[in-house]
Design a protein around this ligand. Sequence first.
Ligand code: PMV
Length: 341
Amino acid sequence: MTTTGSAPEFDTAEIPAVLPDDAALAALAPTSVRAGGLGAAHAKVIVLGEHSVVYGRPAVAVPMAHLRAHAEARAVEGEVRLVTEEFSGSISELPDRLAAAGIAVVAALEHLGHPIRGVEVRVRSGIPAGRGLGASAATAHAIVEAVRSHVGGMIEEDDRFDLVQTAEREAHGRPSGLDARVTRATTPVLFQGGAIRPLQFAGPINLVVADTGIRGSTREAVSRVRRVIESDPRRGEGLLDELGALALAAADDLTAGDLRRLGARMLAAQAVLEELGVGHESIDRLVDAALGADALGAKLTGGGQGGCVVAVAPDTDSVPRIIEAMERAGAVGSWTVGLEA
Ligand code: PMV
């Protein structure tokens, strides 16, 4: 699986290029000379099932392995500190937009039985925030792993999930857990009932993800959907069921390599998501541009109301044409996700 893209990446020279696991980290350098604990996690793209997944319906998502958030934890004197591209200071002074990252640091330290002091965490991320790509969950995972690797000790996968969900509740209100699972997954997955199942797929499958440049708020989008559902519960439940059924069928399409059917289901999902109130004119423009360049289907991905659009290409050769069309229609960045069976 490959991901390529045109959005700016931050300097990751000191950070290993491969998502580190415990063994890879241990091999990097002996503990006595290692500068700090390292952690990383990647972005994700939801192919089908956003919003309905919050109400327990299934969803299909794919990791974007090369679009990453990195964190490094090291010892300092005094209060716990957080350093990002835009902030450097104590976690008692964090701006609201970094509150979730602060919670991830504290939750990880508490879980590991470490005092809430004496640690600085530096975060660098190439994942644009507020674009439906799971930036907050990936950052929280990177932080948890950096703290774990600095402090020492083990964190079970389900405990990592809970720690990231603690941070995600601050970022989103009521997260389904999809982002917390898929930003550490290594294959396309079907998410159902809080757990992921790897999806078999018949490749090649080429997805194009394009950024409208409009920052969406997942928290606001989720509340908007809730209001629409509460205003007419019967219709709302029907729309959620429709999205859930489309997601399950899309999982079968991926397994069969039936891109035409997958594309048609993505378009049907886009219409339902618009009915749920999370569409945006910037999304429409990119969907139309992708279809005009022979994409088989396209829809918003993630929270919506801006953010990113995902399109499925008929073959590898048409990918550059679809990217060009979406960029001409206003996309400010794009990535490709190539799935080879
Ligand atoms: O916008 P993102 O990357 O946080 O994705 C949100 C997906 C939703 O289904 C809208 C919310 C959720 O918790 O699953």
